[in-house]
Ligand binder design. Structure first.
Ligand code: BJW
Ligand code: ZN
Length: 245
């Protein structure tokens, strides 16, 4: 197996997906065949789904809050913490995961591209997102203290824009990495490469002259666009993949 050298010349951008949390016991999206209680995930993870049945959407997210609160980070998460300690500001972790396991493991330079399961925001007013681990009883739809309209999970649903500040952070890091005179490396782990814009980062890094690595259990939809491909579980591969120099 090729090894990933992380030395004082390396800038590393990591993208993670649901596969990285799989060994902690969090189900992946495409693993549950994109279904929740026999309906497509899009039905409960989209603005249309929320408009149609907010109570159902809150039940989906309450169940996931409960499940995510009960699990623990795995050796894949821990390897990324060690890499960040070694590289400092030359490391950035962009995650599509909303379970908060990276920060619970100790990662600090994290961009949660698709939001966070343990945050809630108003569907209407400008009240900022707030920490919320509440598991709402079935049928309950919480309302905003400020304006009385419905609260919603702080999640980027299908068809919604990612926070431009999050995209900017990834782009700024990539620009600094590409112009640093050092070696720019991108590693994606545990993601099917099916959802954009995350699935397109590999192309931007290649355009900027970076090296690209993929660690995934099954072939991803964008596999062919990576230079190095390792098939395996992230909790087994990541802890031995890097040589910290
Ligand atoms: C292991 C493992 C182990 C298992 N170790 N590996 C360009 C082209 C085409 C479409 C679009 C495009 N740009 C935008 C779009 C539309 C859309 C999109 O991408 N659609 C595609 C489905 C085609 N994108 C959006 O809507 C995004 N918004 C946007 O771009 O705004 C601009 C816009 C607006 C309007 C129209 C068009 C553009 C927003 C996307 C937000 C996605 N949100 C979700 C739902 C969150 C809800 C929630 O969590 O409740 O985020 S979708 C869902 O997929 C979730 C995930 O974060 C995301 C990615 O999934 P991920 O992480 O890759 O998981 P899986 O399950 O797919 O894969 C797991 C992988 O792990 C597998 O490959 C396994 O093999 C592997 N694995 N165990 C290592 N132990
Ligand atoms: Zn409000």
């Amino acid at each position: 197996m090729d090894s990933l050298i992380l030395d004082s010349n390396t800038w590393l951008l990591v993208l993670t997906g649901a596969g990285v949390s799989a060994e902690s016991g969090v189900p992946t999206f495409r693993g549950m065949s994109g279904l929740w209680e026999d309906q497509p995930v899009e039905a409960v993870a989209s603005p249309e789904g929320f408009r149609k049945d907010p109570a159902l959407v809150w039940r989906f997210y309450s169940e996931r809050r409960k499940a995510a609160a009960a699990v623990h980070p795995n050796p894949g998460h821990e390897a990324l913490v060690a890499w960040e300690r070694h590289l400092g500001d030359r490391f950035l972790l962009a995650t599509q995961n909303v379970d908060g396991l990276h920060t619970r493991a100790g990662s600090q330079r994290v961009v949660e591209m698709h939001g966070n399961l343990f945050k809630t925001r108003c569907s209407r007013c400008e009240r900022p997102p707030f920490e919320d681990a509440t598991v709402y009883p079935a049928g309950v739809v919480p309302e905003c203290d400020a304006c009385g309209k419905l609260l919603r999970p702080h999640i980027v649903w299908f068809g919604e824009y990612l926070d431009p500040a999050d995209i900017q952070r990834i782009e700024d890091f990539s620009l600094r990495a590409a112009t640093s005179g050092g070696r720019f490396v991108f590693l994606a782990a545990g993601t099917s490469g099916a959802v954009y814009p995350a699935a397109g980062i590999v192309d931007q890094v290649r355009k900027a002259g970076g090296k690209t690595w993929l660690v995934n259990l099954d072939p991803a939809e964008n596999s062919s666009r990576f230079e190095h491909r390792i098939v395996g579980k992230s909790g087994e591969v990541l802890p031995t993949l890097a040589k910290l120099a």
